[in-house]
Design a protein around this ligand. Structure first.
Ligand code: NAD
Ligand code: 0WE
Length: 259
C-alpha cells in the first residue's frame, strides 16, 4: 500500500511524538522516510531513533527559517529526486501565551504561534509541490481547540483554525497537480507538547470517561489514519479534517451534567 513511497516527516522530538509512531508505521509498510529536527537538542534525541528504523535521511529544519526549508528540499531533491508525501506534525506557542487570559496574548506571541504552527504548512507545501511530480499527499495534525473553546489552549486554538483553513485553501490550490492535503485531529495524548500543560493528566482521565469509546487515543490510532491519508486508499479525499478522538468531538453535554 505504501511500498516504495518517499515520505518526509517533520516533528519527531522523542519516542512519544505522534510523528514517531507515524515514522515506524510507514517503515513497517515499506515506505522510505526522511526525518527532520528543529535544533541541536532535538537532533541528539532524533539520531538514535532514526538509526532504530534504519533511516539515513535526517535533515535540519527549523520551520521559522526559509533557508532551512530551502536547504531541506534541495537535499531531498538531490537524494530522492521526487517525493510522495509530507507529514507535518509541528506546533509551538510561547509558554506564557498558554497561561493567563487569551485577551493578554501579545503581538509577538500571536505571530510566533501562527508562524510555526500554521504558516509552516504553506511554506512546506510550496517547496514540496515541485518534488511531487506524480501527485502526492500532505497530512498535518490539528486539535479540537480550533473550533471549540478548550480552556488554556488559547492562541494555539487560533493557530489551529488558521492551519485547518490553510488545509482547505491548499487542497483547492494543489488539486490540479493531484496533491491532496488533509488534517488529522487527535484527542489529547501525553507527548512532549503536552508536558507542562497544567492538569493534563486530569484531562486525559476525564476524556476517557466521556468519549464514546471510553478510552484515550494512542499515537498508533493516529498513525494508522495518517498512513491511510498517505496511501491510495484515500485517493478521493482532500481538504478534510478527520477526528481521531474516540468520538469526543460529538459530545454536546459535559461530564458533570450527564451524571
Ligand atoms: P511533540 O512535542 O512530540 O511534537 C511537536 C514537534 O514540533 C516537536 O518535534 C518539535 O521539535 C516541533 N517544533 C516546534 N517548533 C519547531 C520549529 N520551529 N521548527 C521545526 N519543528 C518544530 O508533540 P506531539 O503531541 O507529537 O505534537 C505533534 C502535533 O500533533 C502538533 O501539531 C500538535 O499540535 C498535534 N496534536 C497533539 C495532540 C496531543 O495531545 N499531543 C493532540 C492533537 C494534536
Ligand atoms: O497542540 C498541542 C500543544 C502544542 C504546544 C505545547 C506547548 C507546551 C510547551 C504548543 N506550544 C507549547 N509551548 C510550550 O512552551 N496540543 C494539541 C496538546 C494540548 O495542549 C493543550 C491541550 C492539548 C490537548 C493545552 C490546553 C488544553 C489542552
Amino acid at each position: 500500500m505504501l511500498e516504495g513511497k518517499k515520505v518526509l516527516i517533520l516533528g519527531v522530538a522523542n519516542q512519544k511524538s505522534i510523528a514517531w509512531a507515524v515514522a515506524k508505521s510507514l517503515k513497517n509498510r515499506g515506505a522510505q522516510i526522511a526525518l527532520t529536527y528543529a535544533n541541536e537538542a532535538i537532533e541528539k534525541r532524533l539520531r538514535p531513533l532514526a538509526e532504530e528504523i534504519e533511516c539515513e535521511d535526517v535533515f535540519r529544519c527549523d520551520v521559522t527559517s526559509d533557508s532551512d526549508i530551502d536547504n531541506l528540499f534541495s537535499s531531498l531533491s538531490y537524494k530522492w529526486g521526487s517525493l510522495d508525501g509530507i507529514v507535518h506534525s509541528i506546533a509551538y506557542a510561547e509558554a506564557e501565551d498558554l497561561k493567563g487570559r487569551f485577551v493578554e496574548t501579545s503581538r509577538e506571541g500571536f505571530k510566533t504561534a501562527l508562524d510555526i504552527s500554521a504558516y509552516s504548512l504553506v511554506a512546506l507545501a510550496r517547496r514540496g509541490r515541485d518534488l511531487m511530480k506524480e501527485g502526492g499527499s500532505i497530512v498535518t495534525m490539528t486539535y479540537l481547540g480550533s473550533v471549540r473553546v478548550v480552556p488554556s489552549y488559547k492562541v494555539m486554538g487560533v493557530a489551529k483554525a488558521a492551519l485547518e483553513a490553510s488545509v482547505r485553501y491548499l487542497a483547492d490550490d494543489l488539486g490540479t497537480e493531484n496533491i491532496r492535503v488533509n488534517a488529522v485531529s487527535p484527542g489529547p495524548i501525553k507527548t512532549l507538547a503536552a508536558s507542562g500543560i497544567p492538569k493534563f493528566r486530569e484531562m486525559l482521565k476525564e476524556f476517557a470517561e466521556m468519549a464514546p469509546l471510553k478510552r484515550n487515543v494512542s499515537q498508533d490510532d493516529v498513525a494508522k489514519v495518517v498512513c491511510f491519508y498517505l496511501s491510495d486508499e484515500s485517493s478521493g479525499i482532500t481538504g478534510e479534517v478527520t477526528y481521531v478522538d474516540c468520538g469526543f468531538n460529538l459530545l454536546g453535554i459535559s461530564k458533570s451534567s450527564s451524571e
